[in-house]
Write a protein that binds this ligand. Structure first.
Ligand SMILES: [Zn+2]
Length: 407
Protein backbone atom coordinates (compact mmCIF):
# COMPACT_ATOMS: atom_id res chain seq x y z
CA UNK A 1 0.00 0.00 0.00
CA UNK A 2 1.33 3.42 -0.89
CA UNK A 3 1.07 6.20 1.58
CA UNK A 4 0.14 9.60 0.23
CA UNK A 5 3.16 11.37 -1.27
CA UNK A 6 4.87 14.27 0.35
CA UNK A 7 2.98 14.14 3.61
CA UNK A 8 5.92 15.53 5.47
CA UNK A 9 7.46 18.85 4.72
CA UNK A 10 11.12 19.51 5.43
CA UNK A 11 11.43 19.67 9.17
CA UNK A 12 13.74 21.69 11.27
CA UNK A 13 13.63 19.20 14.14
CA UNK A 14 15.98 16.27 13.55
CA UNK A 15 14.46 13.15 12.01
CA UNK A 16 15.90 10.00 13.57
CA UNK A 17 15.92 6.89 11.41
CA UNK A 18 16.78 3.50 12.83
CA UNK A 19 18.19 1.12 10.19
CA UNK A 20 18.38 -2.64 10.76
CA UNK A 21 21.11 -2.74 8.16
CA UNK A 22 22.84 0.20 6.52
CA UNK A 23 24.38 -0.09 3.05
CA UNK A 24 26.25 3.17 2.61
CA UNK A 25 26.56 3.18 -1.20
CA UNK A 26 30.35 2.85 -1.11
CA UNK A 27 30.46 -0.85 -0.38
CA UNK A 28 30.19 -0.90 3.41
CA UNK A 29 27.41 -2.79 5.17
CA UNK A 30 26.69 -2.15 8.87
CA UNK A 31 24.19 -4.00 11.01
CA UNK A 32 22.14 -1.60 13.15
CA UNK A 33 22.74 2.06 12.54
CA UNK A 34 21.05 5.37 13.20
CA UNK A 35 20.77 8.13 10.63
CA UNK A 36 19.96 11.68 11.65
CA UNK A 37 18.40 13.94 9.03
CA UNK A 38 18.08 17.67 9.42
CA UNK A 39 16.76 20.16 6.88
CA UNK A 40 16.90 17.69 4.03
CA UNK A 41 20.45 16.49 4.62
CA UNK A 42 22.10 13.73 6.61
CA UNK A 43 23.66 15.33 9.67
CA UNK A 44 24.95 12.18 11.40
CA UNK A 45 25.31 8.45 10.98
CA UNK A 46 25.94 6.40 14.12
CA UNK A 47 26.62 2.73 14.61
CA UNK A 48 24.15 0.92 16.78
CA UNK A 49 20.62 1.60 17.87
CA UNK A 50 19.74 5.12 18.84
CA UNK A 51 18.41 5.62 22.30
CA UNK A 52 15.37 7.83 22.66
CA UNK A 53 12.84 8.98 20.14
CA UNK A 54 12.92 7.38 16.72
CA UNK A 55 10.97 9.02 13.90
CA UNK A 56 11.17 6.11 11.45
CA UNK A 57 11.84 2.67 12.81
CA UNK A 58 13.32 0.79 9.85
CA UNK A 59 15.03 -1.76 12.08
CA UNK A 60 13.43 -4.64 10.15
CA UNK A 61 14.76 -3.33 6.85
CA UNK A 62 17.94 -2.54 4.91
CA UNK A 63 18.51 1.16 4.29
CA UNK A 64 20.54 2.32 1.30
CA UNK A 65 20.97 5.50 -0.72
CA UNK A 66 18.21 6.30 -3.21
CA UNK A 67 19.11 4.70 -6.54
CA UNK A 68 20.47 6.73 -9.43
CA UNK A 69 19.36 5.69 -12.91
CA UNK A 70 21.74 7.34 -15.36
CA UNK A 71 19.45 6.85 -18.36
CA UNK A 72 15.65 6.99 -18.24
CA UNK A 73 13.05 8.52 -20.55
CA UNK A 74 10.10 9.76 -18.49
CA UNK A 75 8.46 11.30 -21.57
CA UNK A 76 7.83 7.89 -23.09
CA UNK A 77 4.42 6.46 -22.24
CA UNK A 78 1.54 4.39 -23.58
CA UNK A 79 -1.42 6.52 -24.57
CA UNK A 80 -4.99 5.76 -23.61
CA UNK A 81 -5.42 3.64 -26.75
CA UNK A 82 -2.69 1.40 -25.40
CA UNK A 83 -0.13 2.48 -27.99
CA UNK A 84 3.31 4.04 -27.62
CA UNK A 85 2.77 7.81 -27.59
CA UNK A 86 3.98 9.68 -30.69
CA UNK A 87 3.74 13.42 -31.42
CA UNK A 88 0.81 12.93 -33.81
CA UNK A 89 -1.39 10.59 -31.76
CA UNK A 90 -3.70 13.43 -30.70
CA UNK A 91 -2.51 13.79 -27.09
CA UNK A 92 -2.10 17.40 -26.01
CA UNK A 93 1.09 18.64 -24.33
CA UNK A 94 -0.84 18.79 -21.03
CA UNK A 95 -1.96 15.18 -21.39
CA UNK A 96 1.61 14.15 -22.17
CA UNK A 97 2.88 15.99 -19.11
CA UNK A 98 0.31 14.23 -16.92
CA UNK A 99 1.58 10.92 -18.25
CA UNK A 100 5.15 12.03 -17.51
CA UNK A 101 4.32 12.95 -13.93
CA UNK A 102 2.82 9.46 -13.54
CA UNK A 103 6.10 7.98 -14.76
CA UNK A 104 8.02 10.24 -12.38
CA UNK A 105 5.92 9.09 -9.42
CA UNK A 106 6.26 5.40 -10.36
CA UNK A 107 10.03 5.85 -10.66
CA UNK A 108 10.45 7.67 -7.36
CA UNK A 109 8.30 5.29 -5.33
CA UNK A 110 10.22 2.32 -6.76
CA UNK A 111 13.33 3.67 -5.01
CA UNK A 112 14.97 5.65 -7.82
CA UNK A 113 15.48 9.14 -6.38
CA UNK A 114 17.58 10.57 -9.25
CA UNK A 115 17.44 10.04 -12.98
CA UNK A 116 19.29 11.39 -15.94
CA UNK A 117 17.09 11.90 -18.97
CA UNK A 118 18.89 11.98 -22.29
CA UNK A 119 16.88 13.65 -24.94
CA UNK A 120 13.57 15.35 -24.20
CA UNK A 121 12.91 19.10 -24.22
CA UNK A 122 9.73 18.45 -22.15
CA UNK A 123 11.88 17.41 -19.19
CA UNK A 124 12.74 20.96 -18.30
CA UNK A 125 9.44 21.97 -16.67
CA UNK A 126 9.04 18.63 -14.93
CA UNK A 127 12.62 18.86 -13.60
CA UNK A 128 12.00 22.36 -12.30
CA UNK A 129 8.59 21.61 -10.76
CA UNK A 130 9.97 18.55 -8.98
CA UNK A 131 12.98 20.52 -7.76
CA UNK A 132 11.09 23.55 -6.49
CA UNK A 133 7.43 22.66 -6.21
CA UNK A 134 5.09 20.02 -4.90
CA UNK A 135 5.34 17.59 -7.84
CA UNK A 136 6.59 14.21 -6.59
CA UNK A 137 9.33 12.67 -8.72
CA UNK A 138 13.01 11.84 -8.83
CA UNK A 139 15.63 14.54 -9.11
CA UNK A 140 16.03 15.01 -12.88
CA UNK A 141 19.07 15.96 -14.92
CA UNK A 142 18.21 16.49 -18.57
CA UNK A 143 20.00 17.07 -21.85
CA UNK A 144 16.86 18.60 -23.39
CA UNK A 145 16.98 17.98 -27.19
CA UNK A 146 19.77 15.55 -28.18
CA UNK A 147 22.28 16.20 -30.97
CA UNK A 148 22.13 13.68 -33.78
CA UNK A 149 22.35 15.32 -37.21
CA UNK A 150 25.36 14.06 -39.24
CA UNK A 151 24.87 16.98 -41.65
CA UNK A 152 25.99 19.75 -39.29
CA UNK A 153 29.44 21.32 -39.45
CA UNK A 154 31.71 21.36 -36.40
CA UNK A 155 31.03 25.10 -35.99
CA UNK A 156 27.27 24.72 -35.99
CA UNK A 157 27.57 21.77 -33.57
CA UNK A 158 29.54 24.00 -31.17
CA UNK A 159 26.76 26.60 -31.47
CA UNK A 160 24.14 23.98 -30.56
CA UNK A 161 26.11 23.02 -27.44
CA UNK A 162 26.16 26.68 -26.35
CA UNK A 163 22.45 27.01 -27.08
CA UNK A 164 21.60 23.91 -25.01
CA UNK A 165 23.53 25.35 -22.12
CA UNK A 166 21.64 28.65 -22.42
CA UNK A 167 18.35 26.69 -22.54
CA UNK A 168 19.21 25.03 -19.22
CA UNK A 169 20.52 21.59 -20.21
CA UNK A 170 22.40 19.77 -17.45
CA UNK A 171 24.47 17.80 -19.97
CA UNK A 172 24.66 17.06 -23.70
CA UNK A 173 23.28 13.90 -25.32
CA UNK A 174 24.73 12.79 -28.64
CA UNK A 175 23.73 10.06 -31.05
CA UNK A 176 26.96 8.75 -32.57
CA UNK A 177 25.57 5.50 -33.87
CA UNK A 178 22.36 4.08 -35.29
CA UNK A 179 19.80 2.36 -33.13
CA UNK A 180 20.32 -1.33 -32.41
CA UNK A 181 17.23 -1.89 -34.56
CA UNK A 182 19.11 -0.41 -37.53
CA UNK A 183 22.48 -2.04 -36.95
CA UNK A 184 24.25 0.42 -34.61
CA UNK A 185 26.87 1.78 -37.07
CA UNK A 186 28.78 5.07 -36.57
CA UNK A 187 26.80 8.13 -37.71
CA UNK A 188 29.07 11.10 -36.81
CA UNK A 189 32.66 11.77 -37.84
CA UNK A 190 35.57 12.07 -35.43
CA UNK A 191 35.71 15.78 -36.24
CA UNK A 192 32.03 16.24 -35.34
CA UNK A 193 32.42 14.36 -32.06
CA UNK A 194 35.57 16.35 -31.21
CA UNK A 195 33.61 19.57 -31.78
CA UNK A 196 30.64 18.57 -29.58
CA UNK A 197 32.51 17.00 -26.67
CA UNK A 198 35.29 19.60 -26.80
CA UNK A 199 32.85 22.51 -26.70
CA UNK A 200 30.76 20.87 -23.98
CA UNK A 201 33.85 20.41 -21.83
CA UNK A 202 34.78 24.06 -22.17
CA UNK A 203 31.19 24.99 -21.23
CA UNK A 204 31.41 22.77 -18.14
CA UNK A 205 28.90 20.24 -19.46
CA UNK A 206 29.21 16.46 -19.45
CA UNK A 207 28.50 14.46 -22.62
CA UNK A 208 26.57 11.20 -22.95
CA UNK A 209 27.00 9.36 -26.22
CA UNK A 210 24.64 6.78 -27.66
CA UNK A 211 27.07 4.33 -29.32
CA UNK A 212 26.63 0.66 -30.21
CA UNK A 213 29.41 -0.21 -32.68
CA UNK A 214 33.04 -0.47 -31.54
CA UNK A 215 33.94 2.23 -34.08
CA UNK A 216 31.43 4.70 -32.63
CA UNK A 217 32.53 3.96 -29.04
CA UNK A 218 36.16 4.48 -30.01
CA UNK A 219 35.50 7.79 -31.76
CA UNK A 220 33.47 9.13 -28.80
CA UNK A 221 36.11 8.04 -26.30
CA UNK A 222 38.92 9.65 -28.32
CA UNK A 223 36.84 12.84 -28.50
CA UNK A 224 36.92 13.00 -24.70
CA UNK A 225 33.18 12.50 -24.23
CA UNK A 226 32.19 11.70 -20.62
CA UNK A 227 30.06 8.58 -20.90
CA UNK A 228 29.15 5.92 -23.44
CA UNK A 229 25.60 4.54 -23.48
CA UNK A 230 24.57 1.02 -24.59
CA UNK A 231 27.69 -0.34 -26.36
CA UNK A 232 26.21 -3.69 -27.31
CA UNK A 233 29.01 -4.28 -29.85
CA UNK A 234 31.86 -3.05 -27.64
CA UNK A 235 35.08 -4.99 -28.20
CA UNK A 236 37.76 -5.66 -25.58
CA UNK A 237 39.94 -3.08 -27.33
CA UNK A 238 37.44 -0.22 -26.97
CA UNK A 239 36.53 -1.28 -23.42
CA UNK A 240 40.22 -0.98 -22.49
CA UNK A 241 40.40 2.40 -24.23
CA UNK A 242 37.45 3.66 -22.15
CA UNK A 243 39.09 2.40 -18.97
CA UNK A 244 42.38 4.15 -19.88
CA UNK A 245 40.63 7.44 -20.60
CA UNK A 246 38.34 7.29 -17.57
CA UNK A 247 35.23 7.24 -19.75
CA UNK A 248 32.15 6.00 -17.90
CA UNK A 249 30.29 3.10 -19.48
CA UNK A 250 26.56 2.54 -19.14
CA UNK A 251 25.58 -0.78 -20.72
CA UNK A 252 22.09 -2.22 -20.33
CA UNK A 253 21.61 -5.80 -19.28
CA UNK A 254 18.18 -6.69 -20.58
CA UNK A 255 15.22 -4.69 -19.22
CA UNK A 256 15.09 -2.33 -22.21
CA UNK A 257 14.90 -5.16 -24.77
CA UNK A 258 12.63 -7.38 -22.68
CA UNK A 259 10.29 -4.44 -22.07
CA UNK A 260 9.96 -3.79 -25.81
CA UNK A 261 9.30 -7.48 -26.44
CA UNK A 262 6.82 -7.74 -23.55
CA UNK A 263 4.97 -4.69 -24.92
CA UNK A 264 5.43 -5.53 -28.58
CA UNK A 265 1.81 -4.89 -29.59
CA UNK A 266 2.02 -1.36 -28.16
CA UNK A 267 5.13 -0.44 -30.18
CA UNK A 268 4.92 -2.52 -33.34
CA UNK A 269 4.28 -0.63 -36.56
CA UNK A 270 5.61 2.68 -35.24
CA UNK A 271 8.92 3.96 -36.73
CA UNK A 272 11.62 1.29 -36.65
CA UNK A 273 9.58 -0.96 -34.34
CA UNK A 274 9.18 -3.41 -37.18
CA UNK A 275 9.41 -7.17 -37.33
CA UNK A 276 13.11 -6.83 -38.22
CA UNK A 277 13.59 -4.34 -35.36
CA UNK A 278 12.10 -6.76 -32.84
CA UNK A 279 14.24 -9.58 -34.24
CA UNK A 280 17.33 -7.38 -33.74
CA UNK A 281 16.32 -6.69 -30.12
CA UNK A 282 15.70 -10.37 -29.42
CA UNK A 283 19.20 -11.10 -30.73
CA UNK A 284 20.62 -8.25 -28.64
CA UNK A 285 19.60 -9.81 -25.29
CA UNK A 286 22.44 -12.37 -25.08
CA UNK A 287 24.84 -9.88 -26.74
CA UNK A 288 24.07 -7.25 -24.10
CA UNK A 289 24.71 -9.70 -21.26
CA UNK A 290 27.98 -10.79 -22.91
CA UNK A 291 29.03 -7.14 -23.40
CA UNK A 292 28.30 -6.45 -19.74
CA UNK A 293 30.42 -9.43 -18.66
CA UNK A 294 33.31 -8.27 -20.87
CA UNK A 295 32.97 -4.76 -19.46
CA UNK A 296 33.20 -6.10 -15.90
CA UNK A 297 36.30 -8.07 -16.86
CA UNK A 298 38.00 -4.85 -18.04
CA UNK A 299 40.28 -3.56 -15.26
CA UNK A 300 39.52 -0.02 -14.14
CA UNK A 301 36.43 0.48 -16.29
CA UNK A 302 33.83 2.60 -14.49
CA UNK A 303 30.48 0.92 -15.13
CA UNK A 304 27.49 2.98 -14.06
CA UNK A 305 23.83 2.02 -14.01
CA UNK A 306 21.36 3.31 -16.56
CA UNK A 307 18.32 1.36 -17.63
CA UNK A 308 17.15 3.21 -20.76
CA UNK A 309 13.67 2.91 -19.22
CA UNK A 310 10.96 3.74 -21.75
CA UNK A 311 7.18 3.26 -21.79
CA UNK A 312 6.36 0.11 -19.84
CA UNK A 313 9.57 0.10 -17.77
CA UNK A 314 9.09 3.08 -15.44
CA UNK A 315 9.03 1.85 -11.86
CA UNK A 316 10.62 -1.46 -12.89
CA UNK A 317 14.10 0.07 -13.27
CA UNK A 318 15.66 -2.24 -10.66
CA UNK A 319 15.03 -5.21 -12.96
CA UNK A 320 18.12 -4.17 -14.88
CA UNK A 321 20.29 -4.29 -11.73
CA UNK A 322 18.80 -7.70 -10.93
CA UNK A 323 19.71 -8.80 -14.48
CA UNK A 324 23.30 -7.60 -13.96
CA UNK A 325 23.61 -9.78 -10.88
CA UNK A 326 21.63 -12.83 -11.99
CA UNK A 327 22.66 -12.98 -15.66
CA UNK A 328 25.80 -10.83 -15.71
CA UNK A 329 27.47 -12.31 -12.62
CA UNK A 330 27.99 -9.00 -10.81
CA UNK A 331 28.21 -9.22 -7.00
CA UNK A 332 25.10 -7.52 -5.53
CA UNK A 333 27.06 -5.00 -3.46
CA UNK A 334 29.04 -3.90 -6.52
CA UNK A 335 25.75 -3.48 -8.42
CA UNK A 336 24.40 -1.30 -5.59
CA UNK A 337 27.56 0.85 -5.56
CA UNK A 338 27.28 1.36 -9.33
CA UNK A 339 23.71 2.62 -8.85
CA UNK A 340 24.57 4.90 -5.92
CA UNK A 341 27.99 6.47 -5.22
CA UNK A 342 29.52 5.71 -8.62
CA UNK A 343 26.38 6.87 -10.40
CA UNK A 344 26.51 10.11 -8.42
CA UNK A 345 30.16 10.61 -9.34
CA UNK A 346 29.33 10.15 -13.04
CA UNK A 347 26.66 12.85 -12.71
CA UNK A 348 29.14 15.24 -11.12
CA UNK A 349 27.15 14.95 -7.85
CA UNK A 350 29.54 12.65 -6.01
CA UNK A 351 29.72 14.89 -2.95
CA UNK A 352 25.94 15.44 -2.76
CA UNK A 353 24.04 12.21 -3.37
CA UNK A 354 24.60 8.44 -3.64
CA UNK A 355 26.20 7.92 -0.22
CA UNK A 356 24.81 7.71 3.30
CA UNK A 357 27.18 9.92 5.22
CA UNK A 358 27.05 13.26 7.02
CA UNK A 359 26.65 16.19 4.65
CA UNK A 360 24.90 14.26 1.87
CA UNK A 361 21.34 14.87 0.72
CA UNK A 362 18.90 12.67 2.62
CA UNK A 363 17.99 10.39 -0.29
CA UNK A 364 17.27 7.12 1.51
CA UNK A 365 15.32 4.01 0.67
CA UNK A 366 14.51 0.94 2.71
CA UNK A 367 13.88 -2.52 1.35
CA UNK A 368 12.61 -5.74 2.86
CA UNK A 369 15.56 -8.16 2.89
CA UNK A 370 19.29 -7.82 2.35
CA UNK A 371 20.04 -6.59 -1.18
CA UNK A 372 23.80 -6.93 -0.55
CA UNK A 373 23.18 -10.70 -0.62
CA UNK A 374 19.88 -11.02 -2.50
CA UNK A 375 19.55 -8.28 -5.12
CA UNK A 376 15.85 -9.08 -5.64
CA UNK A 377 15.20 -7.36 -2.29
CA UNK A 378 15.30 -4.14 -4.36
CA UNK A 379 11.84 -5.14 -5.64
CA UNK A 380 10.52 -4.78 -2.09
CA UNK A 381 10.88 -1.07 -1.39
CA UNK A 382 8.96 0.04 1.70
CA UNK A 383 10.33 3.53 2.33
CA UNK A 384 11.48 6.37 0.07
CA UNK A 385 12.90 9.68 1.29
CA UNK A 386 14.27 12.27 -1.10
CA UNK A 387 15.91 15.44 0.18
CA UNK A 388 14.58 14.67 3.66
CA UNK A 389 10.99 14.33 2.49
CA UNK A 390 9.16 11.03 2.73
CA UNK A 391 7.28 9.90 -0.38
CA UNK A 392 6.64 6.32 0.62
CA UNK A 393 6.39 4.44 3.88
CA UNK A 394 4.47 1.21 3.76
CA UNK A 395 5.19 0.21 7.33
CA UNK A 396 3.41 1.18 10.46
CA UNK A 397 3.39 4.83 11.33
CA UNK A 398 5.88 5.40 14.11
CA UNK A 399 3.87 5.57 17.30
CA UNK A 400 5.75 8.57 18.61
CA UNK A 401 5.35 10.79 15.53
CA UNK A 402 3.40 13.80 16.61
CA UNK A 403 0.53 15.22 14.60
CA UNK A 404 2.69 18.19 13.82
CA UNK A 405 5.37 16.00 12.26
CA UNK A 406 2.79 14.34 10.08
CA UNK A 407 1.47 17.60 8.70
ZN1 LIG B 1 17.79 6.08 -24.33
Amino acid sequence: MLSAPAVLTAQTAPVIIRAGRLIDGRGTVTENATIVVQQGAISRVDRGRAAGTVTYDLSHYSVLPGLIDGHAHLSWYFNRSGRYHTPNDGDTPVQSMLAMTGNAFATLTSGVTTIQSPGSPEDKDLRDFIATGPTPGPRILTSLQPISSPRLTPDSLREIVKRRKAEGADFIKIFASQSIRDGGALTLTQEQLDAICGEAKSQGLRTLVHAHSAESIKAATLAGCTQIEHGVFATDEVLRLMAERGTYFDPQCGLVFRNYLDNRAKYEGIGNYTEAGFAAMEKAIPLAVAAFKRARATPGLKIVWGTDAVAGAHGRNVEDLICRVQDGGQPPLEAITSATSLGAQALGLGTQIGTIAAGYQADLIAVDGDPSKDITALRRVVFVMKGGRVYRWDGLRPSNATEQERN
